[in-house]
Design a protein around this ligand. Structure first.
Ligand code: XMP
Length: 530
């Protein structure tokens, strides 16, 4: 059986680890392609993927628990190098006749590693004093026959073990976590010294390979794509257009809820720069009628989403003879929608796609060229395809757009106010982030803002401008530090930055007489106000 992928594959067997995605991510950072596969994959199924190496992830279970996930023992006998982390080490040990027991105290957080003898994985790291990251209660108490202990910590006698003759390696700690000082060195030793892999997961190779794949899948057919101006759909558009040129039509549904300058940017990049056939659907009035008087946040979301697909499919019908729909699904969408539980890509994609409300009798074959890319890989791909960095590094922006940043009903007047105020917040904080980037070299550094915008509440208050009493709207500024939107903290912006945002908004945006700053983390608040 042949590996269906052109790259060598490192298969990460996912035992339900908190860090499973991170392992695949770290391997790809070293320019080697890696995918998560369910831990109950059989040796024959795995052979079909022809992995060049296998990594066993950690996991929350105890190996002796009744429902503890096991491993097909054949995987350890395939002749392919295997590296296990944490639960991965323990399952390797018990499967091959070793023993796992409770350590007296669990070990959580940093620990100091002491190496013992030679090791193909640890050989390039210090013999004493390196910090590794531990997170376990159980640990290997007796290694299987043929294995040697290659490291210990104060509480963990088998912090690493290996059997070089059978190419089996394992650590109790987590090399994939940044807190493990030499984790990257260990992973490099495994991938390049032990497995002899090549660094061929590079953007140039990827573009070339994806273009060929898309051409083959699409053939002569016509493809449409719903372009939102967001990162994922923009990168798919650029990639698919590179592959099949004018066989692709992009449909940009302008619902009038976008930020200042965004529709113009989509036009500029796709029509002018890339010369992509682009249908710009002016649905602003249709949406204004739809949303008139609607105040409930979830109802806004529902109406906006349903109408979007209605408009989109109407346009698709007008184009005619379209057989394929390109989508910007990315790898975390697939993983998070349950790939692990369903045990395979196909079934997951189906549940994910059920979300698209295809009208009766309408059918498109789907093409999702980014479905195995992490978000930062999508951005890199965008840069190498020539998309502007303002588009590629765009901060998250909700599909329902400004409608969920206007508390209460959405009116054209409120949209105008919010759009102008938001443009000022973004301009000032883009500049603030750029200054931090210059100082630290980090794009999402310690104090950088991750997402920032304006919100328009449904109240008015009294102010005084010139000698006149005003009764006008406040604008709320929201700026947060985060890495994944799951949790966030309010950004500790310098007073002069806040002051400038405030005086600009009040001075430049008619109808606003007050600016306030939201100083609530998530939780208990959310990032958005609706
Ligand atoms: P919250 O407000 O839940 O937001 O803290 C977390 C992240 O999700 C974005 N968000 C949305 N994105 N449709 C989207 O596509 C939505 O309805 C939506 N609501 C929130 C939000 O901007 C933040 O990045």
């Amino acid at each position: 059986m042949q590996n269906p992928r052109p790259q060598q594959l490192v298969a990460v067997l996912d035992f339900g680890a908190q860090y499973g995605q991170l392992i695949a991510r770290r391997v790809r950072d070293l320019n080697v392609y890696s995918e998560l596969v369910p831990c109950d994959i059989t040796v024959d199924e795995l052979k079909e993927l022809a992995p060049a190496a296998v990594i066993l992830s950690g996991g929350p279970a105890s190996v002796y628990a009744e429902d503890a996930p096991g491993i097909d023992a054949g995987i350890l006998e395939m002749g392919v190098p295997v590296l296990g982390f944490c639960y991965g080490q323990q399952i390797m040990a018990v499967t091959l006749g070793g023993e796992v027991g409770h350590t007296e105290k669990g070990e959580y957080g940093p620990a100091t590693l002491v190496r013992e003898g030679d090791s193909r994985i640890l050989g390039k790291t210090p013999v004493e004093g390196q910090t590794v990251w531990m997170s376990h209660r159980d640990a290997v108490s007796r290694v299987p026959e043929g294995f040697r202990v290659t490291a210990h910590t104060e509480t963990c006698p088998v912090a690493a073990m290996e059997c070089a003759e059978r190419n089996l390696y394992a650590t109790q700690f987590h090399p994939e976590v940044r807190h493990s000082e030499y984790g990257k060195t260990m992973l490099e030793s495994f991938l390049f010294d032990v497995c002899g892999l090549e660094r061929n997961w590079t953007m140039d190779n990827i573009v070339e390979q994806k273009v060929a794949e898309i051409r083959e899948t699409v053939g002569e057919r016509k493809v449409i794509l719903a372009l939102s101006g967001g990162v994922d759909s923009s990168v798919v558009a650029a990639l698919v257009h590179r592959a099949i040129g004018d066989q692709l039509t992009c449909v940009f549904v302008n619902h009038g809820l976008l930020r200042k300058g965004e529709p113009e940017m989509v036009e500029q990049v796709f029509r002018t720069q890339f010369n992509v056939p682009l249908v710009h659907v002016h649905a602003e009035e249709r949406y204004a009628r739809l949303l008139a008087g609607v105040t409930e946040p979830e109802q806004k979301r529902r109406l906006i989403g349903t109408e979007f697909w209605k408009v989109f499919f109407e346009e698709a019908q007008k184009i005619g003879d379209v057989e394929m729909l390109a989508q910007g699904t990315i790898y975390p969408d697939i993983i998070e929608s349950g790939a692990r539980k369903t045990g395979g890509k196909a079934s997951t994609i189906k549940s994910h796609h059920n979300l698209i409300p295809f009208p009766e009798g309408v059918h498109f074959d789907l093409i999702e060229p980014l479905d195995h890319f992490f978000k930062d890989e999508v951005r890199e791909l965008g840069v190498s395809l020539g998309l502007p960095s303002s588009m590629v590094y765009r901060q998250p922006f909700p599909g329902p757009g400004l409608a969920i940043r206007i508390i209460g009903d959405v009116t054209p007047e409120k949209l105008d106010i919010l759009r102008e105020a938001d443009a000022i917040v973004r301009e000032e904080l883009d500049a603030y982030n750029a200054r931090l980037f210059e100082e630290t070299g980090e794009r999402n550094g310690e104090h950088s803002c991750w997402q920032y915008f304006a919100v328009l509440p449904d109240i008015k208050s009294v102010g005084v401008m010139g000698d006149e009493r005003t009764y006008a709207r406040p604008v709320i500024v929201r700026a947060v530090e985060s890495s994944d939107a799951m949790t966030a903290d309010w950004a500790k912006l310098p007073y002069e930055v806040l002051g400038k945002i405030s005086s600009r908004i009040v001075g430049e945006v008619a109808g606003v007489n007050r600016v306030v700053y939201d100083v609530t983390p998530k939780p208990p608040a959310t990032i958005e106000w609706e």
